[in-house]
Design a protein around this ligand. Structure first.
Ligand SMILES: Nc1ncnc2c1ncn2[C@@H]1O[C@H](COP(=O)(O)OP(=O)(O)OP(=O)(O)O)[C@@H](O)[C@H]1O
Length: 365
């Protein structure tokens, strides 16, 4: 959990210094005041990247060379990240420079629920794979290193596919390395999905009581055959396409309910609730391992109806997650947060300045 937060130079945020955060926190303010930018800053700290722009120059404040986010955690650790215009970053953990973003991300599991993420079920497999891998990363400590090794070997094989003179022995070297790492990655993902599914069964009725859901994991290759053999057989086809088509980099999750594939049969509102349930189940998974998540809920009031909001927040509170919520006004959410936790904090965001606020029903000051 973040106890204290400092943000400098993220979009329009000019005064977001020494913010003392509670477990439940509401940031309210007019459109364009800087609420999402605050969540973006926490996301940059926890995952090294923004959820709105892939390029740092878009979120670094106009006229500044860099932006920084610093947080003191209740675990006693202090994390700081500086993002530079060329996209590189500098990391400090407890005052010491470190190279690996993974060391950092492990200290601060950040989970995001926001309007643009609501197409997770509809498009290609990448966002579902990212969702799964976020969880695998947090529960399987060797996953990140294996994934980097796999990606390097995959890049080498893809390079060979473009060389007409590349021979069998050259392919074998990289396919063998890919097979070694892929098998381990696949095992970790399959184990994680199994436990995630159990948590999902428990949290799904909180948000979608009428849906019986099945979550299936697709490895991205035929799990019952030697992987190196599958890559040998597909070299010709892969050469034509210019890249490797089989492998854990193509893994996916399939979600089905009684009526069929969820993307085809659920309503837009039901899909939102399902995405929230998938993420809530991940928070529950980490909570069972005595890890607490920071959950960013961007524009929550426009995403879920009052009942669903209430149940989502109550469950997150029970799971001891820290929650940062944005909303254009405080009237709907603040009474609910206070009911859950008398220590909840309210902040007013105004033209890039964030300050603690007091609430009066007629007027929020
Ligand atoms: N690189 C930048 N430098 C300075 N200001 C920026 C930069 N990028 C965006 N902005 C401005 O910062 C503000 C960011 O607003 P943000 O998206 O955080 O608002 P919000 O309070 O979440 O609004 P909404 O309620 O409309 O979602 C906007 O006014 C935007 O024009």
């Amino acid at each position: 959990m973040i106890k204290r937060l400092d943000v400098h130079g993220v979009r329009n945020l000019t005064a977001a210094d020494s913010l003392s955060l509670a477990r439940l926190n509401l940031f309210y303010g007019l459109n364009g005041s800087g609420k999402s930018s605050l969540l973006e800053a926490v996301h940059i700290l926890g995952l090294g990247r923004s959820f709105r722009s892939p390029q740092a120059r878009h979120y670094i404040q106009d006229g500044r060379p860099s932006c920084t986010v610093y947080a003191e955690l209740d675990s006693g650790h202090a994390l700081g990240i500086a993002k530079l215009m060329d996209g590189t970053h500098q990391l400090r953990r407890n005052g010491v420079s470190i190279n690996q973003l993974a060391e950092f991300a492990f200290d601060l599991p950040v989970q995001l629920i926001h309007p643009d993420g609501m197409d997770l079920l509809d498009g290609g497999s990448r966002p579902r794979r990212q969702l799964l891998d976020w969880l695998v990363f947090h529960v399987e400590h060797s996953f990140y290193g294996l994934w980097i090794r796999y990606q390097k070997a995959l890049a080498q094989r893809n390079a060979l596919l473009k060389l007409p003179a590349a021979n069998d022995a050259e392919f074998q070297v990289w396919e063998a390395e890919m097979a070694r790492t892929a098998q381990l990655i696949d095992g970790m993902r399959a184990r994680t999905v199994e436990i995630w599914r159990q948590h999902l069964e428990r949290v799904l009725p909180v948000l979608l009581p009428d849906i019986a859901l099945r979550m299936e994991y697709n490895a991205g290759f035929a799990a019952d055959r030697e992987l190196a053999e599958q890559w040998r057989e597909t070299r010709f086809r892969d050469r034509e396409r210019g890249h490797t088509q089989l492998g854990p980099h193509r893994a996916d999750l399939r979600l089905k309910c009684d009526l069929g594939q969820v993307e085809a049969v659920l309503s837009r509102g039901q899909k939102k609730l399902l995405i929230c349930a998938l993420k809530l189940a991940q928070v529950a998974f980490l909570h069972a391992q005595e890890r607490r998540c920071v959950v960013l809920l961007d524009d929550l009031a426009s995403e879920l109806d009052a009942g669903a909001r209430q149940r989502l927040l109550a469950t997150l509170f029970d799971l001891q997650a820290q929650v940062l919520i944005t909303s254009v006004e405080a009237d709907q959410l603040w009474p609910l947060l206070q009911q859950l936790d008398s220590q909840a904090e309210l902040f007013h965001v105004e033209q890039g300045k964030i300050s603690p606020a007091r609430y009066t029903p007629e007027e929020t000051t």
